[in-house]
Design a protein around this ligand. Structure first.
Ligand code: UDX
Length: 433
């Protein structure tokens, strides 16, 4: 049992805190947002993540996890302090480090005994050194500490599994002893542990996310070519994926990647490259293709409904950036809804989890109660999130409710032939027709 403090109770921080408590450690989670801490103290998770609330309750009952807004209380018996605060996108696409800086300063001003400070937030290469500088210059008296980078690879929607069964644990530090101590926290997970220097660890995170985003843009480009040449990108991806060197992950063509990580991290990596004098040509293409995929949805609609979308009613089936989350950060639905509204279309939307978020992010769309309510009176439906519950919709009923049976499948969830047999004018992404 070790004493661990986690700063930040967003996706990364909360999953890390609850996960470490579940491994038998004593965990204190700190956030400067009082409302979040109050919710957590009442046993409610401020984020929607399958399995998280159950795990939270289990560890609250076992008295292994507590929540506070007070640095003194949080650091009192801590051996490890994990920084897991947000690194939002800055004005030029760079990562905004103000929350990391504030956390480092607060640690420095509060610490009364040696600490291992572990950074989990996705931060530009070199931030670990910067955090170490902030701590040494803000300490009230010189106390030993070491900074370790431990990038997080969890995915929203499967964050608990990703914590308990990681593909790898990456640790970077100039202090081998500190890195080994952090490694011990993960030993029971039996995952490969990579120990390297600070900057390399920070880069592993960016390179991993940028590579996955590149795979998505690659298959999207192939999809656009398939569409013109009469090939089916789903089968192309399946055929490619059988090659062990390629693998089948992250080869689903669609409306491009979204979420809190890929868009921000690819931009931040490109920004780092430019500010250090290199030309990130591939990363730029990855971002361009991603944006292009969103615009293609509008083009497909115009091809079928005509250039004027004014007075057309368009239903968005799925609003979250991916299934099993209510997160709409950089969700294709946001960009696509705004584009349709600019063209004076009436936009409706439905999502199994993101309705509360959607009401705030997209106040100008009409929210439907369920998929059939959404279909009512629509000139076209666009599937934007591949929720399981959309796989088995009664398509005959959907069609009978619509004003025009136009279906744009932004995630290639349906069989083109089946949809056409139902009488839809159907367009997927990269499925030659
Ligand atoms: C991602 C990384 O996977 C994770 O390791 C990192 O810590 C945070 O960023 P997440 O943003 O939760 O996780 O979502 P992920 O499941 O990776 O999907 C990202 C986006 O790519 C989604 O918008 C998804 O719809 C899209 N995607 C994914 C595709 O368009 N095609 C694919 O084949 C896979």
């Amino acid at each position: 049992m070790r004493n661990i403090t986690v700063i930040g109770t967003g996706y990364v921080g909360l999953v890390t805190g609850v996960g470490f408590a579940d491994l038998g450690n004593q965990v204190c989670c700190l956030d400067i947002d009082e409302s979040k801490i109050k919710m957590l103290q009442a046993g409610k998770s401020p984020i929607y993540e399958p399995g998280l609330e159950e795990m939270l309750h289990r560890n609250m009952q076992g008295h292994r996890i507590s929540f506070t807004t007070d640095y003194e209380a949080a650091l009192e018996s801590a051996e490890f302090v994990f920084i897991a605060v947000g690194t939002p996108e800055g004005v030029d696409g760079e990562a905004d480090l103000k929350y990391v800086g504030q956390a480092a300063k607060s640690i420095a001003q509060t610490m009364k005994h040696p600490l291992i400070v572990v950074n989990k937030s996705t931060v530009p290469v070199g931030t670990g050194d910067w955090v170490a500088d902030i701590i040494s210059t803000n300490q009230l008296q010189p106390i030993d500490f070491a900074v370790v980078s431990n990038p997080e690879f969890l995915r929203e929607g499967s964050a608990i599994i990703d914590f308990t069964s990681p593909d790898r644990v990456v640790l970077g530090s100039l202090h081998a002893e500190a890195a080994n101590k952090v490694a011990e926290l993960y030993l029971s997970l039996r995952a490969p542990i990579i120990i390297t220097d600070l900057r390399t660890a920070e880069m592993i995170k960016y390179a991993s996310n940028a590579f996955l985003a590149t795979r998505i843009s690659f298959i999207n480009e192939i999809a656009n070519i398939c569409e013109q040449l009469g090939a089916d990108v789903k089968e192309v991806a399946a055929g490619m994926g059988k090659d062990k060197r390629i693998g089948h992950y992250f080869l689903d063509a669609g409306i491009g990647y979204g979420g809190s990580c890929f868009p921000k991290d690819v931009k931040a990596l490109a920004h780092m490259a430019i500010t250090h004098g290199t030309h990130p040509q591939l990363l730029k293409a990855v971002m361009d293709i991603n944006h292009y995929q969103r615009t293609q949805v509008g083009q497909k609609l115009r091809d079928i409904l005509g250039n004027k979308l004014k007075d057309k009613v368009i239903g968005l089936l799925g609003l979250a950036f991916k299934p099993n989350t209510d997160d709409m950060r950089e969700a294709p639905a946001v960009e696509i809804a705004r584009m349709l509204i600019r063209e004076h279309a009436t936009v409706k939307g439905y999502d199994p989890a993101a309705m509360v978020v959607a009401a705030k992010v997209l106040p100008d769309i009409q929210l439907a109660k369920e998929p059939y309510d959404l279909a009512e009176g629509c000139d076209a439906l666009i599937l934007l999130t591949e929720w399981n519950e959309f796989k088995h919709l009664d398509m005959a009923r959907i069609k009978s409710l619509m004003r025009q049976p136009v279906f744009i499948d932004g995630r290639n969830l349906y069989q083109p032939d089946t949809m056409r047999n139902h009488g839809f004018t159907y367009r997927g992404i990269g499925r030659g027709y």
